[in-house]
Design a protein around this ligand. Structure first.
Ligand SMILES: Nc1ncnc2c1ncn2[C@@H]1O[C@H](COP(=O)(O)OP(=O)(O)OP(=O)(O)O)[C@@H](O)[C@H]1O
Length: 268
């Protein structure tokens, strides 16, 4: 009996090639509001299957950067790419791969959880049957299946955030942006959200950019971008950023890099 021919996996090659393309590339991006310069020559990458924390005080420029990546604002200078697609030249391809959770809540409080998801799916051109299946699956994953028909108004803050994350995943993006998603949540809800998003990275290979001013949301193994007054002061694996700042922890590294005395909102 002849031994079976080795199984070749043609899909391996594109997967490896895809891994070489950053999920997000920010290249020399600057932005001004009239005379006020909000971002100055900002460059960094987010890799697929990585958790990158964008750490900065209020006013650092995090929301401005998110507005540029999501095309709420036009790019004044520099380039933004999502899996190699330039968002100015190929916005359709780029935005198809992007999911976003903005800082302000954007759910319709008077619709049910399912209705919120179906409405969003329709905006992405997902057919009704497929949308219903994906919504049910995502509600299960965030532990809210039993609340599917409830009005969003009756959810807790943490449940609303989980629903917003589910909504951002409906069109199966490969890059997820979250702008300070735990603001205003209690300790348990914060922990749930963080662990859910970290699972998306490890189990589904999603690249995550997580804007925060809270040190305790960053872990060993994360990539870190320190943004201060519109400039990137440091970037790389968290351990390297700490070592290069001659610090013992991320808190001290941040203070040394920025000259800040304290981090508001429980960051320090
Ligand atoms: N619409 C605007 N018009 C003028 N200046 C703005 C506008 N939006 C933001 N800025 C300024 O740009 C800078 C960056 O603000 P941005 O909101 O991006 O920072 P942030 O890091 O997201 O902070 P926060 O978490 O407080 O929103 C700040 O100096 C801010 O005052």
């Amino acid at each position: 009996m002849t031994s079976p021919a080795p199984v070749t996996e043609p899909r391996d090659t594109p997967r490896l090639e895809a891994a070489a393309v950053p999920a997000l590339s920010i290249d020399g991006v600057s932005h001004s509001y009239g005379p006020r310069r909000a971002l100055m020559d900002v460059s960094f990458n987010v890799q697929p299957a990585s958790f990158t924390a964008l750490l900065g005080l209020n006013g650092a420029g995090k929301s401005t950067l998110f507005s540029l990546i999501t095309r709420l604002f036009g790019i004044q200078s520099g380039r933004v790419g999502i899996f190699g697609h330039d968002i100015s030249k190929a916005p359709g391809e780029a935005l198809r791969l992007l999911g976003v959770v903005f800082q302000p809540r954007t759910l319709d409080l008077d619709l049910s959880l399912t209705q919120n998801l179906l409405y969003h799916a329709a905006l992405h051109g997902i057919g009704r049957r497929e949308a219903a299946a994906r919504s049910a699956e995502l509600l299960g994953r965030i532990g809210l299946s039993e609340r599917a028909g409830s009005k969003v108004r009756d959810l807790s803050g943490g449940q609303m955030r989980r629903l917003e994350i589910a909504r951002a995943l409906l069109h199966r993006p490969r890059l997820l942006l979250l702008d300070e998603p735990t603001v205003g949540l209690d300790v348990k809800a914060r922990a749930d959200i963080i662990s859910h998003v970290r699972q998306l990275v490890t189990e589904q290979g999603i690249g995550v950019l997580w804007a925060t001013h809270l040190f305790d949301e960053i872990m060993d193994g994360d990539d870190l971008v320190v943004l201060h007054q519109g400039k990137v002061l440091a970037q790389g694996p968290m351990s390297r950023v700490i070592t290069e700042a001659s610090a013992q922890d991320v808190n001290t590294a941040f203070m040394r890099l920025t000259g800040a005395q304290t981090m508001p909102g429980g960051g320090a």
